[in-house]
Design a protein around this ligand. Structure first.
Ligand code: UDP
Length: 258
């Protein structure tokens, strides 16, 4: 006997958390949140909370891991034991090892790795609370942490998933929608350059639905990109204020616009 799937969207197109099909979860982004890392960022997307920290480019240890013609980008995606309802073992799972690779590959096209031979750039991602879409929130946070570390980039990378629940195509699935829905399509891109750096699919979609999900996810990424740029701008306004205060200068014209 086939189990009846719980209704995830009502007749008026409202989802369990009140969102419409094409709506993102509430987004909160901060840059430069850790004093000891070279760059850092914090992203909250609904109940998913992710922290990213970057070190580098720096000397590689052990040295044989370095490459003569470019920097190595090393990513570690990790879920904190308290990030899910059932305590997660702190040891890296196969899923975390796979997601670390996927996230690295989504970030690499944005970096000029050939400019830093024999060095390493380390990206540490901690999922503090998981409610679906953690790989996407991790990419969004990691690209901001790289920018915050002052590492030259072609563009920021923004990421967002689209998918299908109860036959309706929706943006930015939360955990219950991911688990009980029909499909999930995470996508990362450099919105300024229009280049996709990650595309995955879990579940079943027709070719037309997949195309529509991609278009939906691209729209989501563009909104996240705007929020990323605003978070970076706020960070520079903050630094300018601190410098002005330290030097006893008058605030710059334009009220601190960066
Ligand atoms: N999840 C969990 N325990 C785990 C791994 C995942 O409860 O050990 C949940 C978590 O909420 C996560 C969701 O399942 O966000 C979906 O996981 P998936 O592997 O699809 O990756 P994500 O959507 O987070 O990128």
């Amino acid at each position: 006997m086939e189990l009846k799937k719980p209704p995830l969207i009502d007749d008026e197109g409202r989802r369990l958390d009140g969102r419409g099909p094409a709506e993102l979860r509430p987004l909160h982004i901060e840059v430069d949140v850790l004093a000891n890392a070279d760059g850092s960022a914090y992203v909250e997307q609904g109940n998913t909370k992710v922290l990213a920290a970057v070190y580098g480019p720096k000397e590689v240890h052990p040295r044989h891991l370095g490459l003569p013609d470019r920097a190595v980008l090393r990513c570690r995606y990790h879920m904190a034991p308290f990030s899910v309802k059932q305590r997660k073992s702190p040891a890296p799972s196969r899923r975390e090892i796979e997601l670390s690779k996927v996230i690295r590959e989504a970030l690499e096209p944005a970096l000029f790795l050939q400019h830093y031979p024999r060095t390493a750039i380390d990206v540490f991602i901690e999922v503090l609370q998981a409610d679906g879409g953690t790989r996407c929130a991790s990419i969004t946070a990691a690209s901001l942490a790289l920018a915050d570390a002052g590492i030259p980039m072609r563009d920021l990378v923004a990421a967002c998933a689209a998918g299908k629940i109860n036959g309706v195509l929706v943006l930015d699935l939360c955990d219950i929608e991911d688990k009980h829905g029909e499909a999930d399509v995470p996508l990362a891109m450099m919105p300024g350059l229009g280049r996709i750096t990650l595309l995955q699919m879990d579940g079943m979609l027709t070719p037309t639905e997949l195309k529509e999900c991609i278009m939906l996810a691209i729209e989501g990424c563009k909104q996240i990109y705007a929020a990323q740029k605003e978070a970076l701008r706020e960070r520079f306004v903050r630094i300018r204020k601190e410098v002005e205060e330290a030097e006893g200068l008058e605030p710059a014209e334009g009220g601190g616009e960066a």
